[in-house]
Design a protein. Structure first.
Length: 493
């Protein structure tokens, strides 16, 4: 257990001390957007989220200094000491503006690098202290969990705090296949506590709240603890909404850019119920609470295998050593360029290769590499190389598991992407992956998160895929082109 907990130190979403000492005080009384000006988003209205606009605020935008902005940028992972150390060609002001632009692009604001009205409103809003740059996203491996309230905010009695916390857990569990109950004695899976500005996690690592507008922070599975900011004077509504948000992290949900989501990091809305989009996100991890009887299906025959044009997305897309392009989906592969082909078994072309591959690419002496979770398979002339599969870290030290896409540059480096993060792997450098990684994909203007595949094609273009759309990356200015249906270039339907 201690080994597992030690591994989770990479998941500590605490705000650590920063070598550039910026003042860490933002007066919440002067910049807090009061409840009267916040949108409510009760899940009784189960329509899809239809507005990502900032809520109307009739007041003059709050004062936010560059130092205030830097606190938020550092807390959320957009600005770090590595930016200053490794980007010597930029001034400190330029580094700050570029970090602010990344935040603005992330939240659909005008990316001018300036503290304009909308940016000040966003930065000044009460927020979660969990960083955007999380190392991995996990879920609990068991379905019955316990929590223990070790301490609680001074604005509530013990019974009031426990009741609100229990109700917040119940809001999640009534929608998913999880059972979470409180224990008052002994060990628990999740510890809930009220913490001072500088405090420790259960492993003894230092954590801190760097601003009074930081409401709380939490840890991903399977640590899952929740820390409230002791300096906050919570209202019941704010505390309940904050608790629902932090439990989302505790159960494995990351931040989202949807302003109607409970997982939006800035608390511009108060939630009393779980929005539909968040229910679906957690149900995708744990399953819905209702029990569905699935009928036994007959064995799949060749005629029942899906055709290419009926698929909504792919696991990965690759060019082989001869320049032929294939799309992989589940246990099947499809030759692009053929007219609406049926899938063929992956193992019939690449023996011993499993289905549901994460990424694939041709590299090093025209060998084809397949990644799945933490392992890699290598094929030469469609034959598995001796000694494979093996851990990815053995062949590509510094790259994580569960990748979404890998792009091979013309210089032989790898751009590896997982959800909203990316790494550069440079085989000629030591270490091959620099300490400044991972970074957010929003460094590439207009690049979407959660890509399915990436490909440097024989035509010299750099293609990225998501769902049934593809994008072309301009390698001169690192700007992504518009989404284009794959039928226009890749399919013959």
């Amino acid at each position: 257990m201690m080994e597992l907990l030690a591994k989770q130190t990479t998941l500590l979403f605490c705000v650590f001390s920063f070598s550039l000492a910026f003042p860490a005080h933002i007066n919440p009384e002067s910049i807090f957007i009061p409840p009267a000006h916040l949108l409510r988003n009760n899940a009784g209205d189960v329509r899809e989220a239809d507005s990502n606009e900032l809520p109307f605020d009739p007041r003059v935008p709050p004062e936010v200094t560059d130092q205030d902005a830097n606190i938020v940028l550092k807390d959320l992972g957009y600005l770090s000491a590595d930016d200053v150390v490794n980007r010597l060609d930029q001034t400190t002001d330029e580094i700050g503006r570029n970090a602010l632009k990344r935040l603005q692009r992330r939240y659909n604001l005008t990316d001018n690098g300036l503290l304009d009205d909308d940016t000040r409103r966003l930065i000044a809003a009460p927020r979660c202290g969990v960083a955007e740059l999380n190392e991995i996203e996990e879920k609990w491996t068991k379905r019955s969990l316990t929590f223990k309230v070790s301490s609680y905010p001074k604005t509530f009695s013990q019974n009031e705090a426990r009741q609100l916390i229990t109700q917040a857990f119940d809001e999640w569990t009534k929608h998913v296949q999880l059972n979470i109950s409180e224990v008052k004695h002994g060990e628990a899976d999740i510890y809930v506590s009220d913490e001072q500005k500088i405090h420790q996690d259960r492993l003894g690592q230092e954590c801190r709240f760097t601003a009074n507008t930081t409401l709380a922070h939490a840890f991903f599975p399977e640590v899952g603890d929740i820390h409230y900011n002791r300096d906050r004077n919570y209202t019941a509504e704010e505390f309940f909404s904050t608790t629902i948000h932090e439990i989302g992290h505790t159960l494995g949900l990351d931040h989202t850019v949807s302003r109607t989501s409970i997982m939006f990091p800035f608390h511009i809305r108060y939630h009393s119920e779980i929005p539909l989009e968040d229910r679906r996100a957690l149900q995708a991890m744990y399953g819905a609470r209702r029990i569905i009887t699935i009928p036994t299906l007959p064995p799949q025959t060749e005629s029942s295998v899906a055709r290419l044009c009926s698929l909504n997305a792919f696991d990965t897309i690759l060019n082989d050593a001869r320049g032929r392009t294939y799309a992989l989906a589940g246990d099947y592969y499809y030759r692009l360029g053929e007219r609406n082909p049926r899938g063929r078994r992956i193992s019939s072309k690449w023996p011993k290769l499993p289905g549901s591959i994460d990424v694939a690419f041709t590299y090093r002496n025209n060998k084809t590499f397949f990644f799945k979770r933490s392992r890699v398979w290598v094929y030469a002339d469609n034959q598995l190389e001796a000694g494979y599969p093996k851990p990815i870290k053995d062949d590509f030290p510094g790259l994580p598991s569960n990748l979404s896409a890998v792009f091979v540059t013309k210089h032989g480096s790898l751009l590896a992407i997982r959800k909203k993060q990316y790494w550069f792997y440079s085989p000629r450098k030591r270490p091959q992956v620099g300490k400044e990684f991972p970074r957010l994909v929003y460094d590439f203007k207009d690049m979407p998160a959660n890509l399915d595949a990436a490909l440097r094609h024989t035509d010299g273009q750099s293609y990225f895929f998501k769902g049934r759309n593809f994008y072309v990356l301009n390698m001169k200015n690192y700007t992504m082109g518009p989404a284009t249906p794959m039928e226009q270039l890749w399919f013959s339907c």
